[in-house]
Design a binder for this molecule. Sequence first.
Ligand code: AMP
Length: 420
Amino acid sequence: MSFESLGLEPRLLSGVESMGYTQPTPIQRDAIPHILAGKDVVGVAQTGTGKTAAFTLPMLQRTPTRRGVRTLVVTPTRELALQIAEVTRDASRHTGHRSAVVFGGVGLGPQIDRLRRGVDVVIACPGRLLDLVSRRAIDLSNVETLVLDEADRMLDMGFWPDVRRILDLLPRNRQNLLFSATMSREVLKVVESTLHDPVYVEASPPTKPIERIKQSVYPVCRTQKTDLLVELLRDADHTRTLVFTRTKHRADRLSRQLTRKGVRSEAIHGDRSQGQRQRALEAFKAGRSSVLVATDVVARGIDIDEISHVVNYDMPNTTEDYVHRIGRTARAGADGNAISFMSAEELETLTAIERALGSTLACEDLAGFAYAERTVPDPERTAQPAGRGGHAGARSGGGGNGNGTGKRNGRRGGRGRTRR
Ligand code: AMP
């Protein structure tokens, strides 16, 4: 299957070629022909599936040039807006389309100037877009194609009232494309109220992680998570590690702790300015820092190839977040590793995620790290040479009874894995 056979024009195919894509991903294969045919489309797809190009390529083909803003993409975060803008720029290298990206947290002036010079496609976060509308810096009355990207996240983040206001500014007769990682009842309501007779395309079942990712769990005492991370980072395989924490505060604290221990790291989260986030991302991409600590919201838009490891320093609350997080590794055809630290308090969360995934994650441990500071070595196991764990289903060091002294599946850990 080639991009050509999907009905894309030569000028867009040249863009595709310069982006280095040779074959469409499943969501691109399924969505592009319908979008080109002018249908409303609902795409159930996570980041990492190629969904950005799945809507960007056909939407550009349908967007006339030099006739004002004809295509509007609304997306929840600045990072996603920048990622879409980059794909749009690359794809339109030979088409003459002009695009602008607008989001808050940076000065209005340059965005207003850009819009004044004339654009065909606008990629926007909702709040800043409404701000620009109220300043009469943008006219949305000629929009022919609307893309709502990461609709579930926009609902979660409370952007829906803003999005509704934006919808009221658009012509009623238009093409609507909605992409969402999950199809909750709320998203379905939006689909029913906004789209006309949509075609549904699905990248892959949203709760199934990519098969190329090696997933494992380290049961560990809550207070030893940072030391365990530092120990794991000594492994030369950890070339670029993205670490997730539950809160912004924990992200900052962990990044500081890592720096004190000699690990070059940066933290990004919603309280950081756009400039700080971009600098942190660039340092990570360029290899100046080997660890990026992030929270879930900002991580949605992170598009960095060659992340060797994703570490869940704190377990995510939902399976969707788990899948999103681990999907940051194993991108662009590479293999990847996802490691989850699980303290006794997080056992239930892990069990719920495993149930949703339909599989038990392999359990590993390092000597000296377990649920409780005092771990009893397993006499059957200590005689074995040090090596990777991987005894699926067993959680070493106890747990399950919430006080760090119990067992899961009747096994005890403390199995010595040493590393130089
Ligand atoms: P997305 O799901 O839009 O976040 O895309 C995830 C990653 O897949 C990005 O790094 C894209 O550059 C890459 N990608 C998208 N489409 C293709 C394709 N057809 N072939 C190879 N890589 C792709």
